[in-house]
Design a protein around this ligand. Structure first.
Ligand SMILES: Cc1cc2nc3c(=O)[nH]c(=O)nc-3n(C[C@H](O)[C@H](O)[C@H](O)COP(=O)(O)OP(=O)(O)OC[C@H]3O[C@@H](n4cnc5c(N)ncnc54)[C@H](O)[C@@H]3O)c2cc1C
Length: 413
C-alpha cells in the first residue's frame, strides 16, 4: 500500500479514488478547488426556485456496476430510485403518439419480437441491424457503422446515443457507442433499469462519500486549488497551492481534475479539447399523477422529462445550439413542450435554466483518441476523470471506474 495519497479534485473520480484508498487504510488527503465537492455531479440551493436542484439531471442504468458498488461502499445505494423493470415511456411530439418500451430481463432480447413491447412502427429486424455496433471500428462514427435513419433510429437509437454520448450520432464515436451497447442493451433488461437520485445528486453521491472519508480519517480540504506540480527526477515532489506548498516526499498523487486543468499542470499531456453542452430546465410545480418518472421525447427540443417532488425537469444533450437563446425565450419554448407532454396549462410556472457549457468532452472518434491512460511519465502520478481512457463516454460510471483504476494502480505499484 502507498504510504499517503494526495487526491486533487473532489468530483466523482477523485471521491471514488479517495474512498477506495481510505477503505484500504491508506492516509488520504483530498484537495478541492471549489467550496464544495461533486464537480459536475452536485446539488445546490437555487434561490429562484427556492429549492435544492442538481446541476443536471443524471440518469444511471442498473448495469452501471462500478457506480452501484461505489454507492454500496458509501452506504447510499438505496437512494437510487427507478421502476422495478427496464421500462421507458416515450412520446412523439409530432404525432402525439405515446408508448412504453419494455425490455425483458434476460440477455435473449425476445422483447424485440413483441409488438406490444417494442417501438411502434419498427420490426425485430431493425433492432438486429444495430448489432454491428457491438464490435465497431475505433475510427468510425456511429452513422458510418449503422444506418442513422428510419423509425427505430428516430424513436429509440438517436435518443439513446445522444443521452449516453452527449454528441450527435453522426459525429459520435462508434467505439464508445458500442461500449454502452455491450454493457446495457446487449446485457439484457436487468442491466437497463433507469435509476435516478431522487433526493439529489449530492445527497446520494457526495455527502455520504465525505462522511465515509471522515470516518476513515481522510482529510478533505476545500478552496485548495492546485496551481503547479513540482516535478523532479521523474516524480512529483511538491504540490503548489499558491499560499502553501505541500512536499509529497514518498506520497502518491492522483490528479482528478478536468482535462484543460490537467493539461495545464502536466507537461506534454494530450487530452480532449472539444466539449458539448447540456441544458436543463426546471419548473416548480407538483408533477401530475400518472406521469412516468422519466419520459423520452421524440421530435421536440426537450429530450427527457423527469419528475421530482415539487418539480418537473428536462434535459437536452449536445445542446450548444441553445446556449445563445435568451433564457426567457427558451424557458417559454421548453415549457410549451413540457405542458403538452404532461397535460398541464400553458401558463409558465416558476422556472430555472441551467446551461453547462462544458458538460462532457465531445465523444467523437478524434477526441476519444486523445484520452490518456491513468499512468504518466512520473512514477507517483496517476490520472483520473471521465475524460481519461476508460473506454466509456463521459459518465458517472466512467468517472468512478477511472478513480477506482487510479487507486488500484497505486496499490499495485
Ligand atoms: C449537466 C450534466 C448532465 C450529466 N448527465 C449525466 C447522466 O445523465 N449520466 C451520467 O452518467 N453522467 C452524466 N453527466 C456526466 C457526469 O456528471 C460526469 O462524467 C462526472 O461527474 C465527471 O466526474 P469527474 O470527477 O471526472 O470530473 P469533475 O466532476 O469535473 O470533477 C473535477 C473536480 O476537480 C476540481 N478541480 C479543478 N481544478 C482543480 C485544481 N486545480 N485543484 C483542485 N481541484 C480542482 C473541480 O472543482 C471538480 O470538483 C452529466 C454531466 C453534466 C454536466
Amino acid at each position: 500500500m502507498p504510504r499517503a495519497v494526495h487526491v486533487i479534485g473532489a468530483g466523482l473520480a477523485g471521491l471514488a479514488a479517495a474512498v477506495r484508498l481510505a477503505a484500504r487504510g491508506v492516509a488520504v488527503v483530498v484537495h478541492e478547488a471549489a467550496g464544495a465537492a461533486g464537480g459536475r455531479c452536485r446539488s445546490y440551493h437555487d434561490p429562484l426556485l427556492d429549492m435544492v436542484i442538481d446541476n443536471g439531471n443524471h440518469l444511471l442504468l442498473s448495469g452501471n456496476h462500478a457506480a452501484l458498488a461505489y454507492l454500496e461502499t458509501i452506504g447510499s445505494a438505496g437512494g437510487l430510485a427507478g421502476p422495478p423493470a427496464a421500462q421507458f415511456a416515450f412520446m412523439d411530439l409530432a404525432s402525439g403518439e405515446r408508448w412504453t418500451l419494455r425490455m425483458n430481463a434476460g440477455r435473449l432480447p425476445w422483447w424485440i419480437f413483441d409488438r406490444t413491447r417494442r417501438v411502434p412502427g419498427t420490426s425485430a429486424r431493425d433492432y438486429l441491424s444495430f448489432a454491428r455496433l457491438l464490435y465497431p471500428s475505433r475510427t468510425k462514427t456511429v452513422c458510418a457503422e449503422v444506418k442513422c435513419a428510419g423509425t427505430l433510429y428516430q424513436r429509440f437509437a438517436r435518443p439513446l446515443w445522444l443521452a449516453a454520448l452527449n454528441t450527435e450520432p453522426k459525429e459520435a464515436s462508434a467505439s464508445l457507442a458500442g461500449a454502452v451497447l455491450r454493457e446495457t442493451l446487449a446485457a439484457g433488461g436487468k442491466a437497463c433499469r433507469p435509476l435516478i437520485a431522487r433526493d439529489g445528486l449530492s445527497e446520494i453521491f457526495v455527502a455520504p462519500a465525505l462522511y465515509f472519508l471522515s470516518e476513515h480519517s481522510a482529510k478533505v480540504v476545500f478552496g485548495h486549488r492546485l496551481r503547479a506540480l513540482g516535478l523532479t527526477h521523474g516524480k512529483v515532489t511538491t504540490l503548489d497551492f499558491g499560499d502553501d506548498q505541500v512536499v509529497t516526499d514518498d506520497a502518491d498523487v492522483i490528479l482528478a481534475v478536468p482535462p484543460a486543468m490537467a493539461a495545464a499542470l502536466v507537461p506534454g499531456l494530450a487530452a480532449p479539447t472539444q466539449f458539448r453542452a447540456i441544458v436543463n430546465a426546471h419548473f416548480r410545480l407538483e408533477p401530475p399523477a400518472g406521469l412516468a418518472p422519466i419520459t423520452g421525447i421524440v421530435n421536440g427540443t426537450i429530450e427527457w422529462l423527469f419528475t421530482f417532488p415539487g418539480r418537473l425537469s428536462v434535459t437536452i444533450s449536445a445542446a450548444d445550439r441553445l446556449l445563445d437563446i435568451l433564457r426567457e425565450t427558451l424557458a417559454k419554448q421548453l415549457w410549451q413542450e413540457v405542458a403538452t407532454v404532461a397535460g398541464l396549462p400553458v401558463a409558465l410556472p416558476p422556472w430555472q435554466i441551467v446551461r453547462e457549457r462544458r458538460a462532457t468532452f465531445a465523444a467523437t472518434p478524434g477526441e476519444n483518441a486523445k484520452r490518456p491512460a491513468a499512468t504518466t511519465a512520473w512514477s507517483n502520478l496517476r490520472l483520473a476523470g471521465d475524460w481519461t481512457n476508460t473506454g466509456l463516454p463521459a459518465t458517472i460510471e466512467g468517472a468512478i471506474r477511472s478513480g477506482n483504476r487510479a487507486a488500484d494502480l497505486l496499490a499495485r505499484s
